[in-house]
Design a binder for this molecule. Structure first.
Ligand code: NCD
Length: 341
């Protein structure tokens, strides 16, 4: 695949415009395949994909597993609660056990930032030829979600040719709990790389002003930004300021499990100020799509009526698009790792 150089997928900060184009093009081809009947492709025959989810997941894990099966891989899923981790085995030793069983591609979710990257590094150092896909780590990164959101928006703006250029010059509003959201961070890298301007919107307790400079420099440990010119990031403190002129709005879940201080007065008060409704969306000045990575707190981030409106709400479309995006990532990493042996 043209110019693809990644051995792992850990953080979208490392993605070039060509990387986004490659993933989206492949995902569009996989998206066009029939979903019933003879729907399996042989590309990953003989490969073993193992999912390690140390945090709950509904969508990401099952979507990766389905994507792997659609490419004819064998799939194994590790469950932390019934494993020897509870007997004191280290995470790396546990993962190595699965590598010794033949795992080629590992999908890792963990509540701590950096765990997938640390595993990738340690496994490389031990000589293991495996690829690590970050299924979400702490507050840091959720690359496959960022890519499926990008794909969903690109398909919305340019159904025939949903490449990165479909995002150029668009105004995308991300509203909600940005502070605790790895999805927002991955979206910031992806959207600005494709030339979209991002408006972040939320109360200062959930959206520190510093987020305006989030993509201004590559993260520590990465020498350079592979993207020459990114879209702009701005911060707005009200929907009235953020929504006029928007091309799409993405809402984020209030991550109550990660909120250790009292960051909100009440969910009702939050909904009154930042919750999306049909009426609020009129501020955009035209019909625009609404996205949410899920799981949704119905009636908090958006009204139940909006969530159930398929003309506006792309939540189901995002879930559907997650499968071809993850097929594309598994395919590219398997190809980069050489033939099955
Ligand atoms: C997100 C996650 O786990 O980061 N969900 C997802 O993967 N679809 C967002 C969330 O939990 O709110």
């Amino acid at each position: 695949m043209s110019g693809w150089s990644h051995r792992h997928v850990l953080d979208l900060a490392a993605f070039s415009l060509d990387d986004y184009a490659t993933v989206l093009e492949l995902a569009q081809r996989f998206r066009a395949l029939p979903t019933s009947g003879a729907r399996k492709l042989p590309a990953l025959q003989g490969r073993l994909v193992t999912t390690f989810f140390f945090e709950p997941s509904t969508r990401t894990r099952s979507s990766f597993e389905l994507a792997a099966k659609r490419l004819s891989a064998d799939v194994q899923s590790f469950s932390p609660s019934s494993s020897s981790l509870s007997k004191g085995e280290s995470l790396l030793d546990t993962v190595r056990t699965y590598v010794a069983m033949g795992a080629d591609l590992l999908v890792v979710r963990h509540r701590c930032t950096g765990v997938p990257a640390a595993l990738a590094r340690d496994l490389e150092a031990s000589g293991a030829r495996v690829a690590v896909l970050n299924g979400g780590d702490g507050l840091h990164s959720h690359p496959s979600q960022g890519l499926l959101d990008l794909f969903t928006l690109a398909r919305h703006f340019a159904p025939e040719r949903p490449g990165p250029e479909a995002l150029r010059g668009r105004r995308i509003v991300i509203v909600g709990d940005v502070l605790h959201s790895r999805v927002a961070r991955s979206n910031l890298w992806a959207l600005t790389a494709c030339g979209a301007d991002v408006v972040l919107c939320g109360p200062s307790t959930l959206l520190p002003e510093a987020f305006a400079a989030f993509v201004a420099a590559p993260p520590p440990g990465q020498a350079r930004d592979p993207v020459d010119r990114r879209g702009r990031v701005t911060v707005a403190r009200s929907l009235e300021a953020a929504l006029p002129g928007a091309d799409a709005v993405m809402t984020l879940r209030l991550q109550k499990e990660r909120m250790h201080q009292h960051l909100l007065t009440s969910l009702e008060a939050y909904h009154r100020r930042f919750g999306l409704t049909h009426q609020r969306l009129e501020l955009c000045g035209r019909p625009v799509p609404v996205l949410h990575p899920g799981p949704v707190n119905r009636g908090v981030e958006m009204s139940g009526a909006l969530l159930d409106d398929p003309e506006i709400c792309l939540v189901d479309e995002q879930v559907t698009n997650g499968i071809p995006i993850r097929m594309a990532l598994l395919y590219l990493l398997a190809a980069a790792g050489g033939p099955a042996g």
